[in-house]
Structure formats: C-alpha cells, structure tokens
Design a protein around this ligand. Structure first.
Ligand SMILES: *[C@@H]1O[C@H](CO)[C@@H](O)[C@H](O)[C@H]1NC(C)=O
Length: 96
C-alpha cells in the first residue's frame, strides 16, 4: 500500500519537474538581437563590403549613428560614419 503511494508521489514529482523544464524552454528569449546597429566597426572593412548601396542609421538609443553596408556573406556591417574608409566607400556608392 505505502509502496503504491510512494510511486504515485514520485510520478507526480517527476511530472512537476517535466512541466518546469518545458516551461523553461518555451519561454521567449529576452536577449533578442535588436534590428539596428548598437555598435560600429572602426577598422577598415573595405575588403568585406559588396554592392553599390549603403544605408544610413540615425542615433536612436540603443541604436547608434552608423553606415550600414552589405558584406560578402550576406550580412550587414555597421560602420563608423566618421571613419575615413567609410567616407571613401560611401562617396562611391548610392544611399538607399
Ligand atoms: C582600406 O583598405 C583598402 C583596401 O582593402 C584600401 O584601398 C583603403 O585605402 C583603406 N582605407 C583606409 C582609410 O585605410
């Protein structure tokens, strides 16, 4: 009799554990990537930039003032608008 109660208790406890762990995995991620540049690259990234267009982003915290280029791997590159290589590139490109 008591063995039965013990096994039911164990079953309930393990169900509880399962419920909690699944709740954890289904919780939304709080640290989602913001859809803007929060940091800029200062180093010369000329070699990685592709395409003939760039975008300009205004500073709206946490976003910072940035020039957004397209790169070879299909990613977007956030560049410092004051960097010389950025000025050189944008002078040859079209703003979108
Ligand atoms: C950045 O690098 C490119 C070649 O990758 C070079 O032509 C350009 O002069 C460099 N610009 C600066 C500001 O260093």
């Amino acid at each position: 009799m008591s063995v039965k109660i013990l096994s039911i208790t164990l079953l309930l406890v393990s169900m509880c554990v399962c419920f909690h762990s699944s709740e954890g995995t289904h919780r939304r991620h709080p640290g989602r990537i913001p859809p803007c540049c929060v940091d800029v690259t200062k180093g010369n990234m000329t070699a990685a930039v592709v395409g003939q267009t760039y975008r300009e982003q205004a500073a709206t915290p946490p976003c910072v003032k940035a020039i957004i280029f397209n790169t070879k791997d299909g990613q977007q590159l956030c560049a410092d608008p004051d960097a010389q290589w950025v000025k050189d590139l944008t002078a040859k490109m079209r703003k979108v």
